[in-house]
Design a protein around this ligand. Sequence first.
Ligand code: SAH
Ligand code: SF4
Ligand code: F3S
Length: 433
Amino acid sequence: MYNTQAVLTNNNEIILNYLIETIGCQMNVCESDWLGSVLSTYGMSRVSSLSDADIVILNTCSVRYQAEQKAFSYLGRVEEFRQQNPDTKIVVTGCMAERLGLKIKQRFKSVDLIVGAKDIDITALKIIDLCNIEAEKQEELNIPSDIARYVTIMRGCDNYCSYCVVPFVRGRETSLDAEIIVKKCSLFVKNGAKEIMLLGQNVNSYQYNDVKFTSLIKKISTINGLERIRFMTNHPKDLGDDLVSVMATEPKVCSHIHIPMQSASNKILKAMDRKYTYERYLELINKLRNVITDVSITTDIIVGFPGETESDFEKTLKAVKDIRFGGLYVFRYSPRPDTKAFELIDDVPLEEKKRRHAIILKESNKISVEIVAAMVGSMQQVLAERFENGVIEARTRGGRKVFVKGGTGKDLGKHLNVVIKEAKINSLFGDVV
Ligand code: SAH
Ligand code: SF4
Ligand code: F3S
């Protein structure tokens, strides 16, 4: 264990090990990775097990009650560890840190530092300060050489969907500087990245000065060595023809798009303040499918929103059957303090929410099995992301995972043409041509 006055010598004799545990969306994963890179420039070293950690950083999510419960149970475990290891520092960051702030400390007294999601830029500095490190910051950022990387392009959200806590914990929507985003992407590519996933709560409304989302994509696509661009999430109300056409014409942009539908009942969509109707949503899906023939469309659905009757639910189920999404996430409605819907009576009983959830999941799984079965025998272009035990782990342009035989470690980061031999619900198996 280090003492809190630890000073890093020039040759890093004392190295602090930090563990980052991340709950929540890709944005949190992205921010945890970035935080890790910054801490590493101060000579700290990332570890993956609690027993090795001098500093435990928990990056939290508030989107559903369950996500917060997960953080609490993790903190319970960390507090136990701390009893045996009193020098361990405990840091809580992210959306729940923003929402609950010091209230977290009332329950978990040994938490040393709480930094909310809105203060993401100063998190690393606060941690450095907490650890009393007098280290020279290195010039070069320590960037892992992952083949697929996330890059956040905007923060916050202005949409205030009636169920959602994100605008409260992440603040107003702000688009980040386009030039800095391009530089960051180039840096990742220089370090071996071949695929960039651009992240924002609503990437369609990205605008920095006169750079809109589609112009940002075009700028990024000029980066030499970058093979693939993905992005998420899209709000149906803002998804314009310009993006559809960039997806169709720009070869680096993958043919996958995530467009949360939430519900197919116009009454519920209105109560959710989603600002589109199911008919409008369907139009968008049809347009995408007409213009981009191999497009894979995935979605999010909430069941059991206040006032959702059996007939509202049937509409959503029918939409799932009709649209045949490439994949979907389905959530049971969870009332969140501060949101508009929190005022409504949460009138769909838990058992009923569970039933609706299971029905959507079952239908979606059935469709997924049919979609992947139809891919057997087809040729897919995949990007090789990992190599383990003689098998390459790769992804199709539509985002499906493929385990590939017949390649070597030298294929990592390359596009391979693969014939699909076998299909399971969440993964395909194929051979290099
Ligand atoms: N900005 C993204 C969503 C981020 S939250 C978007 O609008 O696409 C991810 C998903 O969590 C949402 O799409 C929604 O389906 C679900 N979600 C958000 N708040 C929820 C709540 N209170 N209860 C249940 N699911 C919720
Ligand atoms: Fe939440 Fe709606 Fe914003 Fe998505 S668009 S983060 S669901 S408020
Ligand atoms: Fe993401 Fe959860 Fe925050 S979904 S934005 S980590 S509330």
